[in-house]
Design a protein around this ligand. Structure first.
Ligand SMILES: C[S@@+](CC[C@H](N)C(=O)[O-])C[C@H]1O[C@@H](n2cnc3c(N)ncnc32)[C@H](O)[C@@H]1O
Length: 414
């Protein structure tokens, strides 16, 4: 995945076509000739490199059907019209080679050696350019790259996030200590090369860990977050908050999720695992009230600000473990009409699912980036009074084996 030319033929042919939701609407042929990305095998990020895009979608469809087909019909995967440079968040790890050269890129799959990446076919081009230039600035600013083995050095990762609609750019420098020497000059030099950078944050990660971000953020330029627009709403995104990485497909994903919720304007809705409040806020205009629940404190802070920013009065947020929150709601005899749940890859837990049954929502819309754990959780829900009504995979991650999937569950008639 990299320095590869997107296929111009593909673009010309497909530009005129609309986003495709069903097989017949899809472009006839998606192309990425085998071997186009010379790093694919080393980097391991794009498992489906070299595979025709249409084939990728069919393969993902088969995979979701294998896991979830027993619950009901699986719709064809909604793919992208232009499945390139979709990642709005790019994280580069830095490494100093034995000969002194500094490289940046991604860990080679299953190892801790870095594969040098200057430009990647799925990453935002501007973000890649910023990372490339930061690498070039390290020597003149005497910034040493962190060495995992010795624990010596300063710079561990650079994370760049770009607002798809706003163009705002956040650069997060993940450092082993809080002090960036000549920080003002560094920011000035970076902004001379990239005036599109709107904020620079130092994230302090002094632990021996493979987790990218530490807990402390220090804003050294700008407001410390970016804003972006999704579904006609404006969202603030802090460095540690979750935000979907493919904004084009996210609007399709949320649109389908809200359609599956069948809202009429009166419902009491829970948006569980809500991140910065995107799904709940996109749904709030069609619901009576919404409660978002999320464990990450920064994300909840963003969510509260986002609700105010969009002048939403019928949504509140709770900073809590989603399972614990549901247990409390159930213990208080509360109910809900619709529950959106969008847990991390590990899926939900029994505390959450068993309390969900007690809240007895008429509809559950389960969004997942891991159909394996989704299948496990659906097994539980379908053996406790729910049935799967709709199942819609959305390709948020072209060229990789990952797939996002939305399932609508409704209560079985007793
Ligand atoms: C896949 S993201 C979805 C976020 C949001 N729905 C969106 O579309 O942007 C999952 C979210 O669940 C949060 N999370 C993880 N474990 C949690 C838990 N036990 N309770 C509540 N939230 C949790 C994460 O911080 C993350 O924001």
């Amino acid at each position: 995945m990299r320095k590869s030319e997107e296929n111009n033929k593909f673009r010309k042919k497909e530009n005129a076509k609309k986003q495709h939701g069903s097989k017949s609407e899809r472009p006839e042929k998606h192309i990425c000739p085998p071997g186009e990305c010379d790093l694919a095998k080393k980097c391991g990020g794009c498992q489906y490199q070299g595979m025709d895009y249409e084939k990728q979608l069919n393969k993902k469809h088969r995979e979701v059907k294998e896991l979830l087909g027993s619950f009901g019909k699986v719709e064809p995967v909604i793919g992208m019209q232009e499945p390139f440079h979709y990642r709005n968040k790019v994280n580069a790890t830095f490494q100093r080679l034995k000969n002194g050269t500094v490289i940046s890129g991604a860990y080679q799959q299953g190892t801790h050696s870095v594969v040098k990446i200057d430009e990647c076919q799925i990453e935002d081009k501007i973000a890649d350019g910023i990372i490339y230039d930061i690498r070039g600035m390290l020597r003149s600013f005497k910034i040493k790259v962190y060495d995992e083995d010795s624990g010596y050095g300063l710079l561990r990762h650079v994370l760049v996030r770009r607002g798809f609609r706003t163009g705002e750019v956040m650069v997060v420098l993940v450092l082993a200590s809080p002090i960036l020497p000549s920080k003002n000059n560094f920011v000035k030099a970076l902004r001379e090369k990239h005036p599109e950078v709107t904020t620079v944050v130092v994230n302090v990660n002094d632990r021996r860990t493979s987790v990218v971000l530490g807990e402390r953020n220090i804003t050294i330029y700008g407001k410390g977050f970016i804003e972006d627009e999704l579904c006609g709403l404006r969202f603030r995104i802090s460095p540690s908050s979750f935000y979907q990485i493919n904004p084009v497909q996210t609007e399709i994903l949320y649109g389908k999720a809200i359609e599956f919720a069948g809202l009429t304007g009166k419902e009491k809705v829970i948006d569980a695992y809500c991140g910065i409040g995107t799904i709940g806020m996109a749904a709030a205009g069609k619901a009576g009230s919404v409660i978002g629940v999320e464990v990450n404190r920064d994300a909840v802070r963003d969510a509260v600000t986002n609700a105010k920013r969009n002048n939403m009065k019928n949504i509140t947020f709770c900073n809590e473990d989603a399972g614990e929150f549901m247990v409390k709601m159930a213990a208080q005899g509360e109910t809900a009409d619709v529950v959106f749940m969008d847990p991390p890859r590990a899926g939900s837990d029994e505390a959450f699912l068993s309390s969900l049954l007690q809240l007895s929502p008429k509809r559950v819309v389960y969004i997942s980036c891991n159909p394996v754990t989704q299948a496990r959780d659906l097994k539980y829900l379908t053996s406790h009074g729910y049935r799967v009504e709709r199942c819609q995979p959305v390709d948020m991650f072209p060229w990789t084996y990952h797939i996002e999937n939305i399932v609508a569950l409704v209560q079985k008639i007793r």
